[in-house]
Design a protein around this ligand. Structure first.
Ligand SMILES: [Zn+2]
Length: 133
C-alpha cells in the first residue's frame, strides 16, 4: 500500500476525476493506494493506466453518473467505465475479482502515477479466469 506519492498524501477519502471534470468519484482509501499495477491485456495495454484496487463499496459517485459510459467486450463480465465527454477511463469492475473495482491512479487528484516506482505488470493476456488448471 502507498500512503503518499512524491510527498502528496493519499487521503482516506480521496477524489478522483476525469480530465474534463464531468465525472468525480470519492474513493475510500484508508490503506492508501493498494496493489497498483499495469496489465498487458488487449484493453489495458491500450490505455496503459496504473490501476489501484478497492472493494466495490469504496467508490461513491459524487457527480457525472450520467456522463459515465460503459464498455464491455469478450466475456462481458468486466465493466469498464469512462467519461463520455473526455474519454478518460475512471474505474472498472473486475472480471478476475468482481468484488473489486480497479481505478485509474492517474485520475486521483494531485497524484502523479509516474512517481510510483516498480509498478508490476499483470499477465492479462493469460487471464486467470482463462487458465485451466
Ligand atoms: Zn470527462
Amino acid at each position: 500500500m502507498i500512503k503518499s506519492v512524491g510527498g502528496v498524501p493519499v487521503q482516506p477519502r480521496h477524489r478522483l476525476s476525469c480530465h474534463c471534470g464531468a465525472v468525480v468519484l470519492e474513493l475510500h482509501l484508508p490503506d492508501g493506494i493498494v496493489d497498483p499495477r499495469r496489465c498487458n491485456c488487449s484493453m489495458c495495454r491500450r490505455k496503459s493506466a496504473v490501476v489501484g484496487s478497492v472493494p466495490l463499496d469504496a467508490i461513491r459517485i459524487v457527480q457525472g453518473e450520467d456522463m459515465l459510459s460503459l464498455y464491455q467486450f469478450n466475456t462481458r463480465v468486466a465493466k469498464h467505465f469512462f467519461c463520455s465527454r473526455c474519454g478518460i477511463y475512471t474505474h472498472h469492475q473486475r472480471r478476475s475479482r468482481p468484488d473489486q473495482y480497479g481505478y485509474n491512479v492517474g485520475c486521483l487528484e494531485g497524484i502523479d502515477p509516474f512517481l510510483i516506482e516498480n509498478v508490476p505488470v499483470s499477465d492479462g493476456v493469460h487471464h486467470p479466469a482463462d487458465r485451466k488448471t
